[in-house]
Ligand binder design. Sequence first.
Ligand SMILES: Nc1ncnc2c1ncn2[C@@H]1O[C@H](COP(=O)(O)OP(=O)(O)O)[C@@H](O)[C@H]1O
Ligand SMILES: [Mg+2]
Length: 217
Amino acid sequence: MNKGFMLVCDGSNGAGKTTVIQGIADYLEQQGFDVVLTREPGGTPIGEKIRTVILDPSTPEMGSVTELMLFGAARAQHVEEKILPALAAGKVVISDRFDAATFSFQHYARGIDLKTITTINELALGGFKPDMNIILDLDPELGLTRVNQRGEGLDRMEDEKMEFLHRARQGYLVQAQAEPARFSVIDASQDKQTVLNACLKVVDSLVAASRQQDNNS
Ligand SMILES: Nc1ncnc2c1ncn2[C@@H]1O[C@H](COP(=O)(O)OP(=O)(O)O)[C@@H](O)[C@H]1O
Ligand SMILES: [Mg+2]
């Protein structure tokens, strides 16, 4: 059995996460991997209920600590109920956003101090870390244009000021610089196929590492 691994696709709204994840999943399934697609906030029945509360554009008054703890609560359930069991069964988990988003949005953009963010994230993760974060890097203005073209309306996070979204983008780049072994930044302004191909190169290295581990065990 192949060893499971977890890949996260993260980055700005409209950067192409959902688009690219489908291509990655098809690619891995063709190689015989059992792929579990999931997302944050959400991924479990409880997490999806929390997602509705977090993203509801009719409640812009949500406080930043409330928001942080709701993300944390959804993540704790996600790790325990879905991610760890899938990895233990040798599956590949691909998540649309994960803990790096909390650093970017709640710390770098929202301004909650790093110690509080780390405490909540560590509590939710319980020592777990995804193997790789692909950061689709895109100017938020272009991301917003894409989201508008998608024609689904804006959720509460997408409806933030441009300056907030620029800071969140910076948050991802800072994390990637600090931890290059677990982050790959991809220029998401390129066409869909070029972006997907860049992602698949990262996936190839993850597959190779998981086969290597498998041979060693
Ligand atoms: N590389 C790309 N170039 C142009 N448009 C793209 C690209 N990737 C995705 N899109 C389009 O932009 C919109 C947002 O993409 P999506 O995958 O939903 O982004 P996200 O999940 O990151 O918010 C969709 O309509 C999608 O078809
Ligand atoms: Mg999406």
